[in-house]
Design a protein around this ligand. Structure first.
Ligand code: OGA
Ligand code: MN
Length: 210
């Protein structure tokens, strides 16, 4: 019997790369479904759940470094920052986002130097009020990226990412497993609406060096 021919590397094809760069440039945001393969989403979701069960996720604050405060009335998620080497699934995800970083730099000349990312778990009823991802005293965050880890999400379960695309328009994106959202950190106000079930994601930022 003939062995299977090698498959094209799943992930970041030239076509997808061009589409992502084009949409980010023209609309300031984009949504891409089936961005990560199912088996990677399953592994990342399991890791997020295990960390949650083990108490390794911590309530997220607002503001930066010393100025961080807990304000569950503004932001209610629990997070853990990713470290290279923490798991095969995380390393694979970080490698894919590295490919995205290179593509964004090559096409849009954004000068992105690094990527930082955390797991986030919103338990039912928690939310994140309207905000910008760029800190007042730090303009390094340039492109925001969120990948969702929730299989079979239904719109009636809530939990949308609401993008305020301009003064009169919003776009709601359901946090469906495998979906990627990218947007320009400095310009796009956005919020996370409460859900009726746990809502897991990997949120991250492509940064320019200071
Ligand atoms: C954030 C954020 C959006 C989302 O963590 O800053 O806005 O859909 N997350 O989880
Ligand atoms: Mn945000």
């Amino acid at each position: 019997m003939l062995s299977e021919p090698p498959r094209a590397q799943a992930g970041f094809s030239d076509v997808l790369q061009a589409k992502i760069c084009n949409e980010l440039e023209t609309q300031g945001w984009l949504q891409q479904d089936f961005f990560l393969p199912d088996e990677l989403i399953i592994a990342l979701a399991a890791e997020c759940r295990q960390m949650s069960a083990a108490g390794s996720l911590k309530s997220a604050g607002i503001g930066r470094a010393d100025g961080q405060v807990l304000r569950p009335d503004i932001r209610g998620d629990q997070i853990a920052w990713l470290k290279a080497g923490q798991s095969m699934a995380c390393d694979r995800y970080l490698q894919i986002m590295e490919d995205v970083r290179i593509a964004l730099n090559r096409t849009l000349y954004l000068g992105l130097d690094e990527y930082e990312s955390h797991f986030a778990m919103y338990s039912p009823g928690t939310y994140y009020r309207k905000h910008l991802d760029r800190f007042r005293d730090d303009d390094c965050r340039t492109v925001s990226a969120v990948v969702y880890l929730n299989p079979d999400w239904l719109p009636e379960q809530g939990g949308a990412l609401r993008l305020h695309t301009d003064a009169n328009h919003t776009e709601d994106v359901a946090p469906l497993g495998g979906r990627l959202v990218l947007f320009m950190s400095a310009d796009m106000s956005h919020e996370v609406l409460p859900a009726t079930r746990d809502r897991m994601s990997l949120a991250g930022w492509f940064r320019r060096r200071v």
